[in-house]
Design a protein around this ligand. Structure first.
Ligand code: HPA
Length: 274
């Protein structure tokens, strides 16, 4: 895997003028930020050697490079989900490439179900910890010491100065940003009401099918991770309404503006801190 990741990273390096200071992963339906990039360069991920092809609807395989408020960023639209059938090593391939390229900050967004009863669709949650309920871990297998130690610490996987900047950026932008714990299930079926009760009992505030493997690898490789979950629906059993994919994608549109304001302010904050 090391050689494949290196080849992909070398390919990107040959195309871009500067290593991004931040990579932003835009989850389901959250691609509006791309139009705000200065001097954008967009690559299709199928041009990149060994990059897995996303199969999920609305997950376009594209990466745009450019500047946002003077900060070099990469906006990755489309991620690889475990439920698509890829092995974990492929799910986290993009994160490995960002790490190998020298990116230090990993900013992920996702759509999530609200487990905490005080959350409603359209709310944003800054993740401060996670519960990995996927029954798998992207670091299982032979360890590449060039990348990370065998047993990476996860105590401060989300508690870092980058997440603190995001929190301040939201406050300054007047956007309400809750804080919560993200529990990851594999999907692709949504959870049952009993599973959601369990997740709540275990301390989860939001639930989803992505991001956790990415953060494990980002953290292990020494990147600072910040994650915002966009609550797209009440988790199963709260209203007893059936969950649909349309609901998830519609809610993503609602939060686009709030997220954009947070992103812009985060880059402003970063410019004055770096
Ligand atoms: N569960 C799991 N993943 C999700 C949900 C949910 O309720 N909403 C959006 N992604």
């Amino acid at each position: 895997m090391y050689d494949k990741v290196k080849e992909a990273a070398d390919f990107l390096r040959s195309k871009i003028s500067a290593v991004p200071q931040v990579t932003v992963i835009l989850g389901s339906g959250l691609s509006s930020l791309v139009s705000m990039l200065e001097d954008p360069l967009t690559l299709r991920t199928d041009e990149i050697p060994h990059w897995p092809r996303p199969t999920a609807p609305m997950h376009k395989g594209e990466i745009s490079f450019g500047k946002l408020e003077g900060i070099d960023v990469a906006l990755q639209r489309g991620r690889i989900h475990y439920y698509e059938g890829y092995p974990m090593s492929e799910v986290v391939f993009p994160v490995r490439v960002w790490g190998e390229l020298g990116v230090k900050r990993y900013f992920a967004t996702n759509a999530a179900g609200g487990v905490n009863r005080s959350l409603a669709p359209g709310d944003l949650v800054l993740v401060y910890d996670h519960i990995n309920y996927m029954g798998n871990n992207p670091l299982i297998g032979p360890n590449e010491l060039k990348w990370n130690v065998r047993f990476p610490d996860m105590t401060r996987a989300y508690v870092n100065s980058f997440s603190a900047l995001v929190e301040k950026a939201a406050l300054d932008a007047g956007v309400n940003l809750n804080k919560g714990v993200y529990a990851a299930f594999t999907g692709p079926s949504y959870e049952t009401p009993a599973e959601i009760r369990m997740a709540r009992t275990l301390g989860a505030d939001v639930v989803g099918m992505s991001t956790v493997p990415e953060v494990i690898v980002a953290n292990a490789m020494g990147m600072e991770a910040a994650v915002i979950s966009c609550v797209s629906n009440y988790a199963a059993g709260i209203t007893m309404q059936p969950l649909t994919e349309e609901e998830v994608l519609d809610a993503a549109k609602l939060v686009g503006d709030k997220l954009s304001r947070i992103f812009i302010n985060t880059m402003r904050e970063l410019r004055s801190h770096v």
